[in-house]
Design a protein around this ligand. Structure first.
Ligand SMILES: C[S@@+](CC[C@H](N)C(=O)[O-])C[C@H]1O[C@@H](n2cnc3c(N)ncnc32)[C@H](O)[C@@H]1O
Length: 455
């Protein structure tokens, strides 16, 4: 664009305007003013409809975002462009794409009343302790964000309506007990319903809704009234003793270090590694958020739970051949509200077919098939640079594992022997009592250095 003196002038900044839930009533005056000042309006069908009477040039945002971005870039050279986003631009919107494409100096963001705010206002609840996820344009994978949350909100869309989300959360044993579906908020057809996840799971429709989920509130009133820092900090974890009874609420829900107390887990016949050994084992796995971790021989599920918490939003793919132990794994996943772990019942390596490429393979039990499992890990499962970690309690398992990790397939073999002793009462005195020693072995898939991108 040239100005009156023939100099190159800067393009106009783009107004990114939050237009609220879709009715004039909830449109902020500052947003209305920005729209009125604009020459060109870009937005979704509902947002544009709000301003149809202004008679401005409009471009509807469709599926081809690149076309829209190019249009905005061209239009802003000589006209004022306002991009209209539903609710508030800071909540699951195009804002990051616009910022990335145009640069932060070329946009002016005008906040709006978000659908989440309006939903919480309708229920009379606060939203600072809600974990928020969206399936809009991202599908059910978006729900990994609410794993373990005590209260959550999900933005839904017609392809992934509340009923489908509730069905999925039930399949995943998410532990949410109640749901509220708030559809068409602030619009003439506004509808608010409340019920169990099972009740909503059978329903169709109500695509563009806010779904509010609660794990433990007995009724609507307590969801509305619970407030204060203790309510927000209460953990999703329900501690239990070895016999399964509750041992108090504890405060482990947001503890980030591995080696959660053994008493938090449901325990049965399946062997469970002690918390200190579990902590060291997971440290040797050098876990990171977002990894894909295989767990061979999940036993009681204590590694599964801890790994899932540490790598979230990555996924644990666990296998367990003993049906009783598999049931215990499921029970512990449910107890901790874990949604980012999958369990196959069967024997490795056969039962692991169809799993995605792994970054780590943890072997807690191999059922006499260590050679086959390590061959599969090296040949098919692990991505370049991936790690294998094995625990061994018998001399036989240790020696065959250590020998196999010396083969050319593996590099950086390492092992430590963990000897634990605890103080126990003996008569009037206290003495040290030694636990069974455990070997932890680890190695890296040969051919890649520590700097390998995915690891
Ligand atoms: C792409 S997200 C945008 C969210 C928006 N930035 C906000 O702050 O509300 C679109 C989702 O917002 C929710 N939504 C928007 N308007 C709504 C309304 N009037 N009633 C209920 N949900 C609404 C729906 O979950 C819809 O799928």
């Amino acid at each position: 664009m040239l100005d009156a003196k023939g100099l190159v002038a800067l393009a106009y900044p783009v107004s990114v305007v939050g237009v609220g839930p879709g009715s004039g009533e909830y449109l902020l005056p500052v947003a209305r003013a920005a729209v009125q000042a604009a020459d060109v309006l870009v937005g979704g069908q509902n947002a544009l409809a709000l301003f149809a009477s202004l008679g401005k040039e409009q471009l509807r945002i469709g599926s081809d975002l690149e076309v829209v971005l190019a249009y905005i870039e061209t239009a802003r050279q000589d006209r004022r462009v306002a991009v209209l986003l539903s609710g508030d631009p800071g909540l699951f919107s195009l804002l990051p794409r616009l910022r990335q494409h145009l640069g932060v100096d070329a946009i002016a963001v005008i906040p709006g009343i978000s659908s989440l705010q309006l939903a919480c206002a309708r229920l009379g609840i606060k939203w600072d302790d809600l974990t928020v996820a969206s399936v809009h344009g991202r599908g059910l994978d978006g729900l990994s964000a609410i794993a373990g949350a005590r209260r959550a909100a999900v933005l839904t869309e017609p392809k992934f309506p509340p009923g489908m989300v509730c069905r999925y959360l039930l399949e995943q044993r998410s532990g949410f007990q109640q749901a509220w579906v708030l559809a068409d908020l602030g619009l003439p057809g506004e509808k608010i319903s409340h019920g169990s996840l099972e009740a909503f799971a059978g329903q169709q429709g109500d695509g563009n809704s806010i779904l509010i989920l609660s794990r433990d509130e007995p009724d609507f009133g307590s969801l509305a009234s619970a407030d204060g820092p203790t309510a927000a900090a209460e953990p999703a974890v329900q501690p239990v003793s070895k016999s399964g009874e509750a041992v108090g609420t504890g405060w482990y829900g947001d503890v980030v270090t591995p080696g959660l107390p053994d008493k938090l887990f449901m325990q049965g016949e399946a062997a469970m590694s002690q918390e200190e050994v579990r902590a060291l084992t997971l440290c040797k796995a050098r876990l990171r958020r977002g990894l894909v971790v295989y767990e061979i021989g999940a036993g009681s599920g204590s590694w599964t739970v801890e790994t899932a918490r540490l790598i979230f939003p990555g996924t644990v793919w666990a296998v367990e051949k003993n049906p009783t132990a598999a049931a215990l794994v499921r029970a512990n996943l449910e107890r901790f509200g874990i949604t980012n772990a999958r369990l196959a019942e069967g024997a490795a390596p056969e039962a692991c077919s169809g799993w995605p490429p792994a970054d780590r393979v943890l072997i807690g039990g191999s059922g006499g098939k260590l050679r086959e499992i390590l061959d599969a890990a090296a040949g098919r499962w692990l991505r370049p640079g991936g790690l294998v970690v094995i625990t061994a309690v018998t001399p036989e398992t240790f020696s065959s594992a250590w020998r196999l990790l010396q083969e050319a397939t593996w590099s950086e073999p390492e092992t430590v022997l963990v000897n634990l002793a605890r103080v126990v009462p003996r008569g009037p005195a206290q003495v040290w009592s030694g636990e069974n020693p455990v070997f932890i072995l680890s190695a890296r898939l040969a051919g890649e250095s520590l700097a390998a991108g995915n690891c």
